[in-house]
Design a protein around this ligand. Structure first.
Ligand code: NAP
Length: 334
C-alpha cells in the first residue's frame, strides 16, 4: 500500500457565501482516532445540506471538520486504535459528520459499509446520507410498511429518489411531487407509483384521487411552511408526518382539529446532529435490512452527474439550478 502523504487537496472555504468559494486548498491529511479509519476518497456525495453549510445556515456540529461533505467512498488506508487490520485495503463507503470534499477523510468504523462489487465508487459514495436519512425517518420514525402509501415532495432530489428506491424495495406505494413534467417522468421511471407536477396540479386533490379519498399513511416532507396544512389534508387516519427540511419556511399554521380527528403523528429529525451511538444503530439496521439488496443489485442510487473535486463550485451550481435528477458526486481522480 502506498504511503499516506501528510498533505492533501480539499475544499475548505474560510468564508460563507457563493459557490465561487469552493476552490481547492492544501490541508493536512486527518489522523484516524480510536474506532476510526482513514479513507483515500474516490468519490464524495454532494447534498443540499452542503449548500446550506456553504451559505452559513448550517454550520458543522462541534467536533466535525470544517471541510464539507457528508458521505464518501474510498479505500481504507489507515486505522485507529481498536480497528481490525483486515479493514486495510477494503473499499468502504461511509456516513460522515463532514470532511468528504477531500482526497482523504476520517470515518467512524461503525458508520462504514463495504462497497458492493456491483457498484462504482461514485455510486457507493452517493448512498449513505440519503439512505440513512430515508431509512431512519420513513421506516423507523414513521414505520412505513408493505402496502402503505408514502407521499414524498422533491421526488427527483437525492432524498426523493432514495425514498422511491427504498419504497419500491419494501412494497410501499410512493407518490411524489416534482416541479416539472420531465421530473415527474423521471420519478415514474425510477419506480414511483404516481408523480404529481405541483406547478400545474393541486397535489392535495391529486393525492385524494389516487388514494380514493383515503389519504397517505406517511408524508416525508422537506418543504415545510404552507405545505404542512396541505400535507395534513393528504393524510389517512393514523398517518405519520415526518419533517426533514423547511425549504418553504420554518413556521406553519397547523389545524389541530384535523390532528385529533385523524389521530395523526407529526414528527421530524436531523441526522447530522445525532450521536455516534444512534447513527451506528442505523448503520447496523441498514447493514442487515438493506445492504443485501444493494449487493444483489436490487437497489442502486439514481445518479445525476459527476464533477472533479476542483469543480465543486460547478457541482453546487448544478444542485442550486434544481435541474438535477438524483445524486451529484465529486470524484477525486486517479
Ligand atoms: N433532516 C435530515 O436529516 C436531512 C438529511 C439530508 C437532507 N435533508 C434535506 O432534504 C432536502 C433534500 O436534500 P437533497 O440533498 O436530496 O436535495 P436536492 O437533491 O437538491 O433536492 C431538493 C429538492 O427540493 C425541491 N424543492 C426545492 N425548493 C422547493 C420548494 N420551494 N417547494 C417544493 N420543492 C422544492 C426540488 O424539486 P423541484 O424542482 O421538483 O421542486 C429538489 O428536487 C434538503 O432540504 C436537505 O436539507 C435533511
Amino acid at each position: 500500500m502506498a504511503q499516506t502523504p501528510d498533505w492533501m487537496t480539499a475544499i475548505d472555504p474560510d468564508a460563507t457565501g457563493g459557490p465561487e468559494l469552493l476552490v481547492p486548498v492544501r490541508r493536512p491529511v486527518p489522523v484516524p482516532g480510536p474506532a476510526q479509519v482513514l479513507l483515500r476518497v474516490a468519490a464524495a456525495g454532494v447534498n443540499r445540506p452542503d449548500i446550506a453549510q456553504r451559505i452559513g445556515n448550517y454550520p458543522p456540529p462541534p467536533g466535525a471538520p470544517s471541510i464539507p461533505g457528508l458521505e464518501v467512498a474510498g479505500e481504507v488506508v489507515g486505522i485507529g486504535d481498536g480497528v481490525m487490520p483486515e479493514y486495510l485495503g477494503q473499499p468502504m463507503c461511509a456516513l460522515l459528520g463532514g470532511g468528504g470534499y477531500a482526497e482523504y477523510a476520517v470515518a467512524d468504523i461503525g458508520l462504514c459499509l463495504p462497497v458492493p462489487e456491483c457498484l462504482s465508487m461514485a455510486e457507493a459514495a452517493a448512498l449513505p446520507e440519503t439512505l440513512f436519512t430515508v431509512w431512519s425517518n420513513v421506516f423507523e420514525r414513521a414505520y412505513a410498511a408493505d402496502g402503505d402509501y408514502l407521499l414524498v415532495h422533491g421526488g427527483t432530489s437525492g432524498i426523493g429518489t432514495m425514498a422511491i428506491a427504498l419504497g419500491k424495495l419494501f412494497g410501499v406505494i410512493v407518490i411524489v411531487t416534482a416541479g416539472s413534467d420531465e421530473k415527474c417522468t423521471a420519478a415514474l421511471g425510477l419506480g414511483a407509483a404516481h408523480a404529481i407536477n405541483y406547478r400545474t396540479a393541486d397535489f392535495v386533490a391529486e393525492v385524494k384521487a389516487i388514494t380514493g379519498a383515503r389519504g397517505v399513511d406517511v408524508v416525508l416532507d422537506m418543504v415545510g411552511g404552507d405545505y404542512l396544512p396541505r400535507n395534513i389534508d393528504c393524510m389517512a387516519e393514523d398517518g405519520r408526518h415526518v419533517s426533514i427540511a423547511i425549504m418553504r419556511g420554518a413556521k406553519a399554521e397547523i389545524p389541530i382539529w384535523k390532528i385529533m380527528q385523524k389521530r395523526l403523528t407529526l414528527t421530524g429529525s436531523t441526522l447530522r446532529s445525532r450521536d455516534l451511538a444512534f447513527k451506528s444503530l442505523v448503520a447496523d439496521e441498514i447493514s442487515s435490512a438493506v445492504w443485501p439488496h444493494i449487493e444483489a443489485g436490487a437497489l442502486r442510487p439514481a445518479m445525476d452527474r459527476s464533477f472533479a473535486l476542483a469543480d465543486a463550485a460547478d457541482a453546487h451550481r448544478r444542485m442550486e439550478s434544481g435541474e438535477h435528477v438524483g445524486k451529484i458526486v465529486l470524484t477525486m481522480g486517479a
